[in-house]
Design a protein around this ligand. Sequence first.
Ligand code: FE
Ligand code: FE
Ligand code: ZN
Length: 283
Amino acid sequence: MLIIGSHVGYKKDSGLVGSVEEALSYGANTFMLYTGAPQNTIRSSINLDNVKKAYSLMKDNGIDKDNVIVHAPYIINLANGDLSKFNFSCNFLSEELKRVDTFGFKYLVLHPGSHVGLGVDVGISNIVKALNLVLDKDNSDVMILLETMAGKGSEVGRCFEEIKTIIDGVSKKGRIGVCLDTCHLNDAGYDLNNFNDILDLFDKIIGIDKIKCIHINDSKNILGSHKDRHENIGKGTIGLDTLIKIIDCDKLKDVPKILETPYIDGHAPYKEEISLIRSLSKQ
Ligand code: FE
Ligand code: FE
Ligand code: ZN
């Protein structure tokens, strides 16, 4: 069965119930949320009664909690060695893991970070240090999914080798997985027309079983542009056929697919995009 959804809002008042209702309004059977605004770290406390209601709503509508994804805010940057920023990011990530665990979800997607001019090697060693510090103190079984990045600015994680080096440095390897993002892969220079070859490459370098989430986005920019601007499904340089091939890839059939495509004239495009995908997918 195709496991597909989009990112949805999470508001203080409606809480997780509101997120589930939004996902259901798109015809989704999973979703991804930020526990607050993606750009900031203001977080309200979690209402457990609301979470309970959300779970019964999910159960009634066939949403498996193990397919739900949380995305950490962009403001976390584990690659920055500046002590106050480094500590802030580590603390926030620890808190975020606790929130994901309180929700009862399994996966937290994280951008590895930007080395801000320190160089990739220093950036990676900062990320490794941070992940070890955070995971050392955290006894949940929430898995951190490192997202493959477009290589915009000084982003780390723009190729499978960089992600692999990070995983190699982490002690609790079972707590680390990977989130592929189709727009980011295209912009990083991976030609998704040859998706099977790319998946084989990923398997050789990291191992396909580490892939726990896929962000399905088209791209506004050409292969290798290092831009990271998402486009609506079928309207970008990746194209509908290729995206459907990725969605239908048998080896990834149990992996949740999440849309992060842009709003059109202030409206979420997810209902239409999900039904378009369902009409073309063989899953
Ligand atoms: Fe992301
Ligand atoms: Fe993404
Ligand atoms: Zn992106």
